[in-house]
Design a protein around this ligand. Sequence first.
Ligand SMILES: Cc1ncc(COP(=O)(O)O)c(C=O)c1O
Length: 378
Amino acid sequence: MNWEEIRAQFPVTEKYVYLDIANKNALPIPVTNVMNDYILKQQTMGGDKEEWKNTIEETRKSIAKLINAEPEEIALTKNTSEGLNIAANSIPFNPGDNVILNDNEHPNNIYCWLNLDKKGVEVRWAPTKNGIVKVEDIEALVDEKTKAVAVSYVTYMPGNRNDIKAIAKLCNEKGILLVVDVVQAMGILNVDVKNLGIDMLATSGHKGLLAPHGIGFFFCRKGIMDRIPPVYVARSGMVAPVAIEHDSLTYSLCLAENATKYEIGNQNYLGITALNAGISFINSIGIKNIESKVLEIGGYLTKELQSLGIEVLSPIEETQRAGIVCLKNNHTKELFEKLAVNNVIVTIRRDSIRVSLSFYNNKSDIDRLLNLVEDFKD
Ligand SMILES: Cc1ncc(COP(=O)(O)O)c(C=O)c1O
């Protein structure tokens, strides 16, 4: 498929200029097809649980391929927040330990760590400039009680890319666990857990991974997994779960030595079916091709906004950019409304217009946006 054929898989592009994947995606045909089939099958014959379980294992493989991990390192979750809460509550903190955040994280990568106050864990705040947290500023906060650093690969606003490799190197040298919120990078940038040096990551499926809300995943590196015991457990995470089909119930609490130990009971099978289709679609295009396409359109948008004299809050440097471009002017609400009535979908974040790009967008989408933005020069 060429880019135009790929774009045709997204019916939203027929009517809208859809620039809002950082908020939520518009589902493509390969995903809605499998969802429709699933729903019909459950309607007509109750669905097939064996098939759903096979889909779960297939999905683990698709995810592993996408992020260069092992299927055993992947737990299916509800969303990013659930994965971050698993990390925060499973890392064996002692009273007096600390975790380092920064002042530009999404609230859902903050509350779960503040909630450790009840265990006597201190949160330390690294400063940011234009959204970016510098490794030196994290290092300045590290002491012998630092157990974890939690940071976004791509921030929700202004959408900059943090230098995860450098942060991972520091964490590795100091024996600190690195937890990364990758939701704004997944399906948009190449997130290679080995190359980046990530210990744990969390994401949702409803943005770049092209799934609906309510499904996501958590990655925990094999080398540390035995040090990260789950907080909640269920039958699905046991090595030899008791078989309830038979009348001989003997229980032994023996946790699986893989990430299924973080999963709780029946899954969101429909969500997983959709996620698998979304990720398979992405894998068939190739995440590196997607990253190049998004960075190219983002570069065009940034350059054109600058030449119109419109303030761009997101980084200009390609190595610090992702798929988000935030622009600022004094009439954010009016501009947002004008875009909406012209079927250009974006979101407002912290008083700026957040434009978020994916691989179905093209230059003509950007030109339609620019025509409307032009009238709003300060
Ligand atoms: C960087 C970041 N982290 C976390 C979230 C929240 O994720 P969820 O509500 O799906 O858990 C968002 C946006 O919704 C986000 O942009």
